[in-house]
Design a protein around this ligand. Structure first.
Ligand code: IPE
Ligand code: IPE
Ligand code: MG
Length: 245
């Protein structure tokens, strides 16, 4: 089972921690609205919190963390909001080593080809430069959609079949999984969604088939390490059966 013993003996943390935590960073807009500020201020605060939580996960010894930063559906938003989010994304990937250190592998989930060539290059270079780092893997989902990912893999396999490299009966769950953006990390153990919404919004639909879900009304910019600790304690008390008894 995908569990491991925690690295540090922080008093409030349970013995058993998830190996892979996924965060849906939701509620930035409402955080700003509550303060009478434009939505982009909420995104700036949400990005700061991403940095704090990523750092904290590394400090407590979590091995894999995934953040949902921008979905394939989020392009529907007003252009100035989308531009502000992409600008933040640019700032944060340039600065990544300053907040998570040298030992973290960074991977991007989603179709990069939609971004400007210079940004695509920064993303690819960061993946390449960090590929041998093992302390933690941080996955950033940007222009990501779970259905889009499943279609993406299906097209690759269909092409192989058309080229005679693969027979339909050769396709297994493991093989399919080995073409997903997350091929190098285990399935999600704990999926956390703040902001009171009780849905997945097209995030990691394959990888969270047996994830435990944790929902809280706290908005993402306010989701603190203490809130994370509550989620971890809650997770440690769950009984995971994976279809067994
Ligand atoms: C999440 O916060 C950030 C993105 C989807 C990019 P929202 O912007 O969805 O915040 P709410 O849900 O409107 O409060
Ligand atoms: C999910 O939040 C996407 C991200 C947090 C990046 P949304 O705010 O887009 O989700 P819905 O529209 O409420 O389902
Ligand atoms: Mg939202």
């Amino acid at each position: 089972m995908a569990l491991f013993k925690k690295k540090k003996t922080d008093s409030g943390l349970p013995e058993i921690l998830p190996e892979h935590i996924a965060f849906i960073m939701d509620g930035n807009g409402r955080w700003a609205k509550k303060r009478g500020l434009p939505r982009k201020f909420g995104h700036r605060e949400g990005a700061k919190n991403f940095r704090r939580i990523a750092r904290h996960c590394k400090d407590i010894g979590i091995k894999n963390i995934t953040f949902y930063a921008f979905s394939t559906e989020n392009w529907k938003r007003p252009k100035d909001e989308v531009d502000a989010i992409i600008e933040l994304f640019r700032e944060y990937i340039v600065d990544v080593r300053n907040y998570i250190g040298e030992e973290v592998r960074v991977l991007f989930l989603g179709d990069k080809s939609i971004f400007d060539a210079d940004l695509q290059k920064k993303m690819i270079d960061l993946e390449e430069d960090t590929k041998d780092n093992h302390e933690m893997t941080m996955l950033l989902a940007i222009n990501y959609g779970g259905r889009d990912e499943v279609v993406h893999v299906s097209k690759i396999l269909a092409q192989k079949a058309a080229d005679g490299e693969l027979k339909p009966e050769d396709i297994t769950e493991d093989m399919f999984g080995s073409y997903l953006y997350t091929k190098d990390v285990p399935d999600v153990d704990l999926m956390i969604r703040p902001s009171g919404e009780l849905r997945l919004s097209n995030f990691l639909i394959w990888q969270s088939a047996y994830a435990e879900f944790y929902f809280t009304d706290v908005l993402w910019p306010d989701f603190s390490p203490e809130e994370l600790e509550k989620a971890l304690v809650n997770f440690a008390g769950r009984s995971r059966r994976f279809g067994g008894v």
